[in-house]
Ligand binder design. Structure first.
Ligand code: G1P
Length: 305
């Protein structure tokens, strides 16, 4: 049998580029975010953003565009080499320190663009048009951390290779939670309990009682180049912001295939204060330097002894 041709030809080019929006003010993390970008808040010792760039790089992405805002130069600087510090660590023979500071700059080629006014996720993604240069792009929201033992992005890349169009990361949430997310409705006959679903429509942050499903969009997207043209014409929606969900909805209505990979693995929402602390605890338990001791202490602490 001849190999099956992807139905959307050139649209199914490999995903080599990723865009990471990092322009938000991070007001939930004040006072820290008065001068430290939220994306650099440490999960034990490594910023959340490094985990997300590493996730993209681990799945074949070679180039990452960081969409930043004024006053967040530290985000880009974090991904540059610091030769002075490298020399100091080298002189001390601190090989672990050296490896740690060399990792972020070695993950991918980092590009930056400034979003002058915060006009929403759709507007942030629109800043990637020149970067994408006609190729599909992955979008990774840095507040969503996927455990490195689980592989959402590679499953999404496989679905994109087969179907092209748009591929989304989804989670099934409790109905009262759905109004915090973009929500999808499925093509008739698509099995909501399956791992890959076919999506008919999308709506941003619907009220719980009218939401078409409990499948929520999480911060992982693969988008075709045409998204940029649609974003340019997308008017502000939910919250007065230009919504990526609305632009994807336009494409869905045009007949562009939209699929979702339903993620049932470990995910940490580092944009929420309580969830952030939980993420730190979980990552501390697995940390090669302190994990064992920390876990032993945590057990005692929780049992009250
Ligand atoms: C954004 C998207 C939303 C998505 C969410 C995932 O919302 O607009 O569709 O479900 O990210 O985290 P935000 O959390 O920025 O309000």
């Amino acid at each position: 049998m001849p190999p099956r041709q992807p139905p959307h030809g050139a649209a199914n080019a490999p995903v080599r580029k990723a865009l990471i929006p990092a322009a938000g003010r991070g007001t939930r993390f004040l006072p820290l975010t008065k001068s430290v970008p939220k994306e650099l808040a440490p999960l034990v010792t490594t910023p959340a953003l490094e985990y997300v760039v590493a996730e993209a790089a681990g799945h074949g992405v070679t180039d990452v565009l960081l969409v930043v805002s004024q006053g967040k130069a530290a985000v880009g600087e974090y991904f540059q080499r610091n030769l002075e510090l490298e020399a100091v660590l080298e002189a001390k023979g601190d090989l672990a320190g050296l490896a740690a500071i060399r990792r972020a700059p070695s993950l991918a080629t980092i590009h930056e663009v400034e979003q002058l006014t915060p006009r929403g996720l759709g507007d942030a993604v629109a800043h990637g048009e020149d970067f994408a240069a006609g190729e599909p792009i992955a979008v990774l929201l840095p507040d969503d951390l996927i455990d490195d033992r689980d592989h959402l992005l590679s499953a999404m890349i496989d679905v994109f290779a087969e179907h092209g169009g748009i591929v989304l990361g989804l989670i099934d949430v409790a109905r009262e939670e759905i109004s915090k997310y973009g929500c999808v409705s499925l093509v008739e006959g698509s099995d909501a309990s399956g791992d890959v679903v076919a999506i008919a429509d999308l709506v941003e942050k619907p009220p719980a009682d009218t939401a078409p499903s409990t499948l929520a969009i999480i911060g992982r997207y693969i988008l075709p180049p045409r998204i940029f043209e649609v974003l340019r014409a997308t008017q502000p929606g939910s919250g007065g912001e230009v919504q990526l969900t609305d632009a994807m909805r336009t494409l869905a209505h045009e007949g562009v295939p939209v699929h979702g990979v339903v993620f049932r693995g470990r995910r940490y929402d580092t944009g929420d204060r309580l969830e952030y602390v939980k993420a730190v605890v979980q990552l501390a338990q697995r940390h090669p330097g302190i994990g064992e001791e920390f876990t032993a202490w945590l057990r005692e602490y929780v049992s009250g002894s």
